[in-house]
Design a protein. Sequence first.
Lengths: 232, 232
Amino acid sequence: MSKRNLDKAVVLLSGGLDSATMLAIAINQGLDCHCISFDYGQRHVAEIRFAGRIAQALGVKSHEIVHLDIGNMGGSALTDESIDVPENGEDLGDGHGIPVTYVPARNTIFLSYALGYAEVLEAHNIFIGVNSVDYSGYPDCRPEFIEAFENMANLATRIGVEGRPVRIQTPLIDLTKDEIIRTGLSLNVDYGSTVSCYQLDSDGLACGVCDSCRIRKAGFAKAGAPDPTLYA
Amino acid sequence: MSKRNLDKAVVLLSGGLDSATMLAIAINQGLDCHCISFDYGQRHVAEIRFAGRIAQALGVKSHEIVHLDIGNMGGSALTDESIDVPENGEDLGDGHGIPVTYVPARNTIFLSYALGYAEVLEAHNIFIGVNSVDYSGYPDCRPEFIEAFENMANLATRIGVEGRPVRIQTPLIDLTKDEIIRTGLSLNVDYGSTVSCYQLDSDGLACGVCDSCRIRKAGFAKAGAPDPTLYA
């Protein structure tokens, strides 16, 4: 099924369900995948352990863990201990409000790093698992943001200026969670090696009640597939 | 002379001559200035010590030192030990070639961080000391890059989406080095507290021969002002 296209991709890999699916899609396109995972003081740092498992299982060319000071910025329930993670479904993005779990400029910072790596590797693809369906409340998950970033990226860099533009690839952007899960299962993604929970306990069990767990559970239910997640 | 405008600015402060001048300009506009300096494994890490001196001397609201893993990317003479810093004036950007001292996606990464801080602080100004005259070889110092970044930034963030856009301010972009120096002197900037050299020695003396030293020396000469730099 998979073809060689001799090109490289920088893939932002979080350890979650979405980015694991996206990595499988990029590999299936025949791209040499170089993954980056960020340790930015997020509460769900277990993500990074899961990212390593997925990268190994799917066979990537390289996997960098980058430490970021982003946690010092505060302002989000995912990095600021003084803000509670919502557990009652009230914080789901609805296209109007912006969820409190939003991290300031996070995707911009992640993509900027990826751009630096892309320039060094001469990779013309950057994959980011943004999704405008389930996370419509985040401004930096929208197609218009991605398009503006790509435009900026090709003005910012050697690869852009020299006429070999980089593309920001967002294969999940229009998919619902159950469509993402069905795609991943068709590419043999082991979702037992992914994590979604914002507040995994010390035994590695998902809480089952945070918004991210709710969305994941509903996705597996709608896809008609068993959810391999271990819940507390 | 200075007026209060009750707005805030995030200022990217490198410790060099340009960003010190820019900070003085921002303060003179009555902005509350919050500075960020990056420690990214650059050879000229002395910059950060100088940035602290300048921030204190000019009276900023806050000054954050952010550690970045950018040095791992390699690809530039400023972070990669295996590439020599040019000393013969051959690497000056001429509008065509891109200098080997160019760091991949550096300004994009710096501005992305600044954007996150701006969002948290509700600051509507980000100051970056890019200059398209003396550094025309760097793609991420051009006005079209800055414009594209600003456009992207206002799609990426709460402050943009909610109609209080952030502006990327580049007061130095069209100035020659001697014009920058004259502006700074009129605002009482102490250039003895700034550093330009790419390869300061262990006694803190500038080499006098790297491109950055050459540009600085020529700027003071053209401005008709004494250069307070201590050269080896």
